[in-house]
Design a protein around this ligand. Structure first.
Ligand code: MOS
Length: 689
């Protein structure tokens, strides 16, 4: 932006709280202390449908250290407005296996843990149905898809586009249930005081947690305080409040003592959200010279019996490529499963596995280079809205990536290893939401910026300080950032890749205003609100998205079908990069999670019991160091002044988009086998090799 002060926008600043984190002094939710604290655990339903007939409190109350059991017969009534996933113990109904039907309260975590195992719960089980199929009888069309996109769209005549095509691809792709698995499990410490409650909680936004508590316990939101200075990851699962928040507050209220709840790793597979499985039919028609005549993307996915979550899986197909005809649709089955929710790039991530696999299949059918196919279908304007793109550098990413990756070596063989390469496009919307911030010039020459932002390990605290330092034109070490506290000005959550964009806009506004007040008596504080601000420099509607290109080389063991990724290159165009060090980590993390999705991640449901079988990190495999090769991350110089005054687009999610398709496309290149169902396990290859 303006001048080169140390630590300004563009500087590779270390995380400001890095020392606290590596020395262990940074406190996470469960580590906060309170005198006389109670330890509470949720107790999971062991049937997938039916009702709780009785909870035998005596089965645990005599155990040492056990204080109480909460369940629907004795739990305080919560407001009827409470979110159904948070309305703990308000009815005897069981909607899915793993739903919390009771809470055990004890003097220690060990005692609570013993009680959780020993508690006898009597159920009346009912028939359940937990398995998603594309012809499921409960399929229906939701009114909108997350967060508020139209469910179905249609533009031009797809049937005609397909009929007139020289080449048609019509295939169905499947992605499995996946769980977010942040390193820090969800946890809450609740402390009541006169008429209100303070919670220390692990979340992606203090405001939604505050609102959930206010709603459930019918409190003035000003009497609820949520504190969340450090969060060990979320990937979407902490973007919405989870039942640990309610259980901690409920136990603390009933027992009149502070209470803390830790969600166990196993319980994270039922009560903290997950990525819905998808069944996606993609139809592409193209002329012989590789111009699309039709794109159709029809998605089947699931929701729970408690509430609707409709993932926006096909939304990306509405804007990515030019085609005279285009249609998308979403249908949901209502099942005895936990309610799906956000997981890194909900919509774009699974949707692009299907679309970018199908584009590769089309390129093969046309005998056209897959990059060239994409270049031939690059739209001049947003095909859905007709708006121009604020900046769109997909072509640049593909070209730069091809150069850096060495696209494209012919597939090869090295002993029993088959070697191949794949490419896929990547994109994610660049949005921002209203946020407020304060900026204060202190009497000692330092500055304080306050905003209810969340740093979930991304470096948010650091980039907010950089944006403030840059705007104030002062060195970074004169700027202090306060975040993670609901008493601070309300702000967007750390979600939708909108954090930096939304918070930064408010911080710039506050700091610009503060600069005009520096002649006043110090300290002086200003408050800014971006609610009424337009997105950027012009009022003309534009479409803003980040873009990227993913290149992957795989080695496939021709005996076992084992796939090893040997190289990965990602090139992104996401506006100005505020901090190259933390940004690189975001792209690397996204790509790592995408490779993990491609080869490893799958939560396996046993339909007979409605139960997830691999509900821990021994059975649910996330990529570890040995799975991940050198990943090379690059970005194009870009400034997008439409999204926010920093010229930056969000980068938290785009790294995972398209990665799995690039892997599947590379596996095809190496083996001639097209795997249309993730993850790409040895079993799906071995039989055909
Ligand atoms: Mo992210 S899945 O939008 O929290």
């Amino acid at each position: 932006m303006s001048v080169a002060v140390r630590g300004a926008i563009g500087a590779p600043v270390d995380r400001l709280e890095g020392r606290e984190k590596v020395t262990g002094s940074a406190k996470y939710a469960y580590e906060h202390e309170a005198e006389n604290v109670l330890h509470v655990l949720g107790v999971a339903a062991t049937v997938a449908a039916g009702r709780v007939v009785h909870v035998d409190e005596r089965s645990v109350l005599d155990l040492p250290g056990v204080v109480a059991v909460l369940w629907h017969a004795n739990a305080p009534k919560l407001s009827k407005e409470t979110d159904p996933e948070l309305a703990l113990f308000q009815s005897d109904r069981v909607a899915y296996r793993g739903q919390w039907v009771a809470g055990v309260v004890a003097e220690s975590f060990a005692a609570a843990s013993g009680a959780e195992r020993a508690l006898r719960v009597e159920y009346e089980a009912a028939e359940h149905d937990s398995v998603l199929t594309d012809g499921h009888p409960s399929l229906y069309t939701p009114e909108k898809v997350n967060p508020s996109f139209p469910t179905d769209t249609s533009d031009g005549d797809v049937d005609r586009g397909l009929a007139e095509a020289d080449v048609v691809v019509d295939e169905t792709y499947r992605t499995p249930t996946e769980h977010n698995n942040a390193m820090e499990p969800h946890a809450t410490l609740a402390i009541w005081h006169d008429g209100g409650v303070t919670v220390y909680d692990s979340n992606q936004g203090v405001r939604p947690v505050r609102q959930a508590l206010a709603d459930a316990f019918e409190l003035d939101p000003d009497h609820v305080r949520v504190i969340s200075p450090h969060v060990g990851g979320g990937f979407g699962s902490k973007g919405t409040p989870r039942p640990n928040v309610i259980l901690a507050a409920m136990a603390a209220k009933v027992l009149g003592r502070p209470a803390k709840v830790a969600v166990t790793r196993q319980q994270m597979f039922s009560v903290t959200g997950y990525r819905t499985p998808t069944i996606q039919r993609v139809r592409l028609g193209a002329t012989r010279d590789g111009r699309l005549t039709a794109i159709a993307h029809d998605v089947v996915e699931q929701t729970s019996l408690l509430k609707e979550f409709a993932e926006q899986t096909a939304v990306v197909t509405r804007m990515l490529y030019a085609s005279p005809s285009r249609s998308t649709s979403h249908k949901l089955a209502r099942l005895n499963v936990p309610t799906p929710s956000w997981m890194r790039a909900p919509g774009e991530c699974p949707g692009m596995f299907a679309l970018e696999s199908a584009m590769d299949e089309l390129a093969r059918a046309l005998e056209l280079d897959p990059i060239e196919l994409r270049l031939r279908n690059e739209p001049q304007i947003d095909p859905e809205s007709g708006n121009r793109f604020s900046t769109r550098n997909l072509v640049g990413c593909l070209r730069e990536g091809a150069e850096r990756f060495g696209w494209k070596e012919a597939p090869a063989r090295d002993g029993r290893w088959l070697i191949g390469s794949g490419v896929a496009a990547s994109t994610y919307p660049a949005r921002r939401a209203a946020s407020q911030a304060i900026a204060r010039a202190e009497a000692d020459g330092t500055f304080t910026v306050g905003i209810a932002a969340a740093d979930i390990g991304t470096g948010a605290r650091t980039v907010i300080a950089q944006i403030a330092a840059d705007t104030l034109e002062v060195e970074l070490d004169r700027v202090r950032v306060e975040l993670g506290d609901s008493r601070l000005p309300p702000a967007m959550i750390a979600g939708g890749s909108m954090g930096t964009s939304s918070w930064g806009a408010a911080v710039v506004k506050a700091c610009r205003e503060l600069r005009t007040r520096l002649a006043d008596d110090l300290p002086v504080e200003v408050h800014a609100d971006t609610a009424d601000d337009s997105g950027g420099v012009e009022r003309e509607p534009v479409s803003s998205h980040g873009f990227g290109a993913q290149f992957v080389e795989v080695r496939v063991d021709s005996d076992t079908g084992e796939v090893r990724v040997s190289r990965a290159v990602g090139v992104f165009a996401c506006g100005r990069i505020v901090n190259p060090k933390t940004a690189r980590s975001q792209f690397l993390g996204g790509m790592t999670m995408g490779l993990s999705m491609a080869l490893l991640e799958e939560t396996v449901l046993d339909g007979r019991f409605g139960a997830y079988l691999n509900h821990d990190l021994a059975g649910y495999h996330v990529a570890v160091n040995a799975d991940i090769p050198a990943i090379h991350v690059h970005w194009l110089d870009e400034v997008d002044e439409h999204v926010n005054p920093m010229g930056a687009k969000g980068i938290g999610e785009i790294g995972i988009v398209g990665t799995a398709a690039a892997v599947a496309n590379a596996v095809f290149d190496a083996t001639g086998i097209r795997v249309r169902e993730l993850p790409i396990t040895p079993a799906k290859l071995a039989a055909s090799l």
